[in-house]
Design a protein around this ligand. Structure first.
Ligand code: PLP
Length: 215
């Protein structure tokens, strides 16, 4: 569909994050030229290889990490990205906070929720664990907790998608009202962004529908 058209479809109230994993830096610059500033990537090594160093990126360009972050890559990640949307354990959160303190920066983070209870998916498995991490995050000096991210269930079952997104929205509301105010609810990809927006998503992460399929 392309970035510009998709933006019109989605409207102003939802942030459109183009997901550029596996795509070339030239393709990224093409979407940047259409007005996109932040790009979603899922691997630290790919970010390091593909993008210019942070101080040398085009004006306003940001990189958001949306894929699982291994503990031994935290050091690199906090130097390369502007936001981490895939924090999936309290331990990882503490490592990010500590590493950011060391280099004197603050990192915007989202906690990832495994809303579909799928075994091989990352994210906090229970609402209690996520809430515990949210409480910790709110008290940390070197992370800013922006919100919650989830990946919808595998497959194209609309009912299941809606249920998972609504569950995540309720969790978002609960954390916002009882722990600390959140602003970003990141849910919805190329195949399920319509249901995600219906359920209250404030940010959709779109790869295929902007850049074409991945081989
Ligand atoms: C790849 C990816 C997306 C985008 O998926 P598409 O189906 O290509 O739109 C969104 N979120 C995460 C976490 C991803 O890894």
């Amino acid at each position: 569909m392309g970035y510009s058209e998709l933006r019109k479809t989605i409207g102003r109230n939802v942030f459109l994050l183009p997901v550029s994993k596996t795509k070339s830096y030239d393709a990224i610059l093409g979407v940047y030229a259409q007005g996109a500033r932040a790009f979603g990537e899922n691997r630290v090594q790919e970010i390091e290889r593909k993008f210019p160093a942070p101080g040398q990126r085009p004006d306003g360009m940001q990189v958001f990490l949306i894929g699982q972050l291994q503990k031994n890559k935290v050091r690199k990640a906090v130097r390369l990205v502007d936001r981490i949307e895939s924090v999936d354990s309290l331990e990882l959160l503490q490592l990010i906070d500590a590493e950011c303190r060391r280099i004197g920066r603050r990192m915007d983070v989202l906690l990832e929720f495994n809303s579909s209870n799928e075994e091989n998916k990352s994210g906090f498995r229970t609402e209690e664990e996520l809430k515990e991490a949210a409480s910790a995050a709110c008290g940390m000096d070197n992370v800013s907790l922006l919100g919650i991210m989830t990946v919808g269930p595998l497959g194209m079952d609309e009912t299941k998608n809606r249920a998972a997104f609504e569950r995540t929205r309720r969790l978002f509301d609960a954390v916002s009202s009882s722990i600390c105010p959140l602003s970003v609810l990141s849910m919805g990809m190329s195949s399920d962004y319509v249901q995600a927006i219906d359920a209250g998503s404030t940010e959709v992460r779109i790869g295929t529908a902007i850049f074409g399929g991945r081989i």
